[in-house]
Write a protein that binds this ligand. Structure first.
Ligand code: 0RA
Length: 633
C-alpha cells in the first residue's frame, strides 16, 4: 500500500463529496421531492444492473419505520477485494468516489447522461448516513459513511453462504427540503421496473406507522404484461399483445403492442429502463416501421381497396397501446428533461428490427394482422370525416380567434405570460368570479353543466359541443393536430370547480380534454386547479378559511370554544370578495400545478376515469382530486 497516495486520494474524495453537496441539482436535478425519490431510484438502478447482467433475481425496497430506506438484492455483491492502486476495498471506492466507467463497473447497459447513472457516491454524499453490507465469498462485510465521508471502513462482521448487496441510507435533511417519501410514487416506479425486467421479483414495504403496506412486483411476461395492464380498462381488438424482439449491434430491442377500440394512442418508450417521455430516435424507428409494415401488408392482401390510399402514421397508431424498450450501450439523452434519446444509429436499428419481426408476425398470424389493419382503416375513415368537419368549422371561422365567445369576460392584459384564465363551473359562480376578479389580468369563462366526455368521442363530435368550442376559442391555439402552443392566450389556465364529486368530475373531464387534445398546455405547465377553501371557521368578527381537515382543527383551536364552522359546498356560497380572497388572489391563493409525472400511468388513469368501466371511477375522483398539492395525473 502506498501511504502517500492514500492521503492524496482521500483529499480528492472529500473534495468530490463536497462538490456534490454544494451543487446537488447538477447530479439529481433538484432537492425537492423529486430529487429525494431520485436517490432511491439510483440505488435500485444499481441492483437492476445486476439483474440485467443475469445474476440477481430479487430486490427488496423498504421504507423503514424511521423514514430511512433499505435496498437489498441477491446479486453477486459489490467486490470487496483490495484495489491495487489505492490499496482499498473496491466497494469503498464505488461508494465514495464519483466515477463513471472504469475498473469495477460491470459490463452493462449504462444509464449515462441525464440524471441517471450518477452512481452510489452521489446518494452517499447526499445522505446523513449510508451503510453498505455485502455478502460475498462466504463473509458478510459492512461499512458506514456519513455525508459521504467514510467513518467505518469495510470490515468482516460475520459469515454467510449467500451473496448480495444491501444499502441502508437516510437522505440528508440539510440537503433536501422534505424527507417524506411517497409510497405510491416509489411503488409505481418499481412496478415499471418489474415489467421492464421480466422475472425479477421486487418487494416493496412501507413500515412507517399508519402507512404500512407491502407490494410484490413480478412479471414473468415482462412488457407483454405491461401492455395488458395498460389495457385493463380498454377493449382489445385481438386477444394477446404482439411481442417482437431482436438484438443487433449490441442493441436489444423489445416491443409489445396491442390494438384497442380507444381513440388515442398510448405508446411508451424506455431506454435502459428509463422512461423516455420526450421520445427520440427509437420511437421514430418504431413509427416508421409500423406505418410501412401495415401499409404493405394491407396492399398485398387487398385490404385497402384503392391502391393509391395510404394509411397515415396517425391511422396506424390510433387505439394502439405499445411499450418499446431498448437497451443500448452508450445512450445519449437530450431534450428539456433529458428524456429524449439522441443516438442517430438507433432509428435504423429499431426500424429494421420492427419491420422484419412484425412482417414475419403478420405472415404467421393473418387473423391478428387483419384485426390490426381493420382498426387502422377505421381510423383512416373517421379521420377523413373529422377533417371534413374541421374544414367546415374552420370556414365558419369559429377557431380563428376573431370572435371570442360571448360568455368570456376577458382581461385587459394582452401578454399571455401575464394573463390568467379561470374556467368556472356554473353560471352563478362564474358571475361571482367576474365581479371578484382583478380584470387587469384575470379572464373568466363560465362553463355550464358537464362538458362532453372526450374520451368516448371523436374529434368531429367533440367540435360540435358548444362549451368545448368556447374553451378552444378562448384559449386561442386550436385543437388536436392543429394545436399551436405559441398562440395560447393565457399561460395560467385555472380550473375552478366546486369541492364535491360533480366538481371533481368536471375537472377530470377538462383535464382529459387538455391531455388528449391540447397536451402541450400540460407539458408547458400552464394548467392549474384552483383550491377553494372547504370551511370558514368564525367567531365574533374573526374568520379563518380552512383548506383541509387539519387546518379546520387548527382554526377551531385558535378561535376557541364556540367557533362556528361553515362548510362550503360550492363556489356559489362565497360572495365575490370571498372568492377573490380565498381562491383567486395571487398573494393568498393556492394553485395545484397539473403535471404528467408518469405518462403511462396517467393514460391508464384517464381510461379508468373516462372509459367504459364505471365503478372504479368515483372512488378515484373522490379520494385523489383534492388531497394533493402538486397534482400528478
Ligand atoms: C461490480 C462487479 C460485480 C458486481 C457488482 C459491481 C455489483 C454492484 C451492485 C450494486 C448493487 N448491487 C450490486 N451487485 C453487484 C461483479 C463481481 C464479480 O465478478 O463477482
Amino acid at each position: 500500500m502506498e501511504d502517500s497516495n492514500y492521503g492524496a486520494d482521500q483529499i480528492q474524495v472529500l473534495e468530490g463529496m463536497q462538490a456534490i453537496r454544494k451543487r446537488p441539482g447538477m447530479y439529481i436535478g433538484s432537492t425537492d421531492s423529486r430529487g429525494l425519490h431520485h436517490l432511491v431510484y439510483e440505488v435500485v438502478d444499481n441492483s437492476i444492473d445486476e439483474v440485467m447482467a443475469g445474476f440477481c433475481t430479487r430486490i427488496d425496497v423498504t421504507i423503514n419505520a424511521d423514514g430511512s430506506v433499505t435496498v437489498s438484492d441477491d446479486g453477486r455483491g459489490i467486490p470487496t477485494g483490495i484495489h491495487e492502486k489505492s490499496g482499498r476495498p473496491a466497494v469503498e471506492l464505488v461508494v465514495t468516489t464519483l466515477h463513471a466507467g472504469g475498473k469495477f463497473d460491470r459490463k452493462s447497459y449504462k444509464v449515462s447522461g441525464g440524471l441517471h447513472g450518477v452512481g452510489l457516491s452521489v446518494v452517499n454524499a447526499l445522505s446523513q448516513y449510508l451503510e453498505t453490507t455485502v455478502k460475498r465469498e462466504g463473509r458478510i462485510h459492512a461499512m458506514r459513511c456519513e455525508r459521504g465521508v467514510l467513518v467505518e471502513p469495510l470490515k468482516v462482521i460475520g459469515e454467510t453462504s449467500e451473496t448480495g448487496t444491501q444499502q441502508h441510507f437516510r437522505p440528508d435533511g440539510e440537503i433536501f427540503e422534505d424527507l417524506d417519501f411517497d409510497a405510491d410514487t416509489i411503488a409505481h416506479h418499481l412496478q415499471d421496473l418489474a415489467y421492464l425486467n421480466k422475472g425479477v421479483r421486487i418487494t416493496f414495504r412501507d413500515l412507517r406507522a399508519g402507512r404500512e403496506r407491502e407490494d410484490v412486483f413480478h412479471a414473468e411476461g415482462g412488457i407483454v404484461e405491461f401492455v395488458e395492464h395498460l389495457n385493463k380498462n380498454k377493449a382489445a381488438m385481438h386477444e394477446r399483445p404482439i411481442y417482437l424482439a431482436c438484438e443487433r449491434d449490441d442493441v436489444v430491442v423489445e416491443v409489445a403492442m396491442q390494438y384497442t377500440d380507444a381513440f388515442s394512442e398510448s405508446v411508451f418508450t424506455y431506454v435502459n429502463n428509463i422512461n423516455t417521455l420526450e421520445g427520440g430516435t427509437h420511437l421514430m424507428g418504431f413509427r416508421s416501421a409500423l406505418t410501412r409494415s401495415i401499409n404493405e401488408y394491407a396492399k398485398k392482401n387487398k385490404l385497402l381497396k384503392d391502391s393509391d390510399e395510404n394509411l397515415s402514421g396517425d391511422d396506424v397508431r390510433e387505439g394502439l397501446t405499445a411499450i418499446i424498450s431498448v437497451k443500448i450501450p452508450e445512450p445519449q439523452f437530450e431534450g428539456q428533461t433529458k428524456t429524449k434519446l439522441g443516438n442517430s444509429e438507433i432509428k435504423g436499428i429499431v426500424d429494421s428490427c420492427v419491420y422484419e419481426r412484425f412482417n414475419q408476425f403478420m405472415d404467421e398470424n393473418p387473423r391478428v394482422a387483419e384485426a390490426c389493419i381493420r382498426r387502422s382503416i377505421l381510423a383512416y375513415q373517421a379521420r377523413e370525416a373529422a377533417r371534413k368537419a374541421r374544414e367546415l368549422t374552420r370556414r365558419k371561422g369559429f377557431l380563428e380567434g376573431g370572435g371570442l365567445p360571448g360568455k368570456l369576460a376577458d382581461c385587459q392584459e394582452k401578454d399571455p405570460s401575464r394573463s390568467e384564465l379561470f374556467i368556472v363551473e356554473g353560471d352563478s359562480a362564474g358571475g361571482s368570479a367576474k365581479q371578484g376578479r382583478n380584470r387587469a389580468f384575470q379572464a373568466i369563462l363560465p362553463l355550464r353543466g358537464k362538458i362532453l366526455n372526450v374520451e368516448k368521442s371523436r374529434l368531429d363530435k367533440i367540435l360540435k359541443n358548444q362549451e368545448i368550442r368556447n374553451l378552444i376559442t378562448a384559449i386561442g391555439a386550436g385543437v388536436g393536430q392543429d394545436f399551436d402552443i405559441a398562440k395560447v392566450r393565457y399561460h395560467k389556465i385555472v380550473i375552478m370547480t366546486d369541492a364535491d364529486v360533480d366538481g371533481a368530475h368536471i375537472s377530470t373531464l377538462m383535464l382529459t380534454l387538455f391531455f388528449r387534445y391540447m397536451r402541450p398546455l400540460i407539458d408547458s405547465g400552464y394548467v392549474y386547479l384552483a383550491m377553494p377553501p372547504l370551511y370558514k371557521v368564525s367567531r365574533g368578527n374573526k374568520e379563518i378559511y380552512a383548506y383541509n381537515e387539519k387546518e379546520r382543527a387548527a382554526a377551531v383551536e385558535t378561535l376557541g370554544k364556540g367557533a362556528n364552522i361553515q362548510r362550503y359546498k360550492g363556489l356559489g356560497e362565497m360572495n365575490p370578495h370571498q372568492l377573490w380572497e380565498t381562491t383567486m388572489d395571487p398573494a393568498q391563493r393556492t394553485l395545484l400545478l397539473v403535471a404528467v409525472e408518469d405518462a403511462a400511468e396517467a393514460d391508464r388513469t384517464f381510461d379508468m376515469l373516462m372509459g367504459a368501466e364505471v365503478p372504479p371511477r368515483r372512488r378515484f375522483i373522490q379520494t385523489h382530486a383534492r388531497e394533493v398539492r402538486n397534482l400528478d395525473i
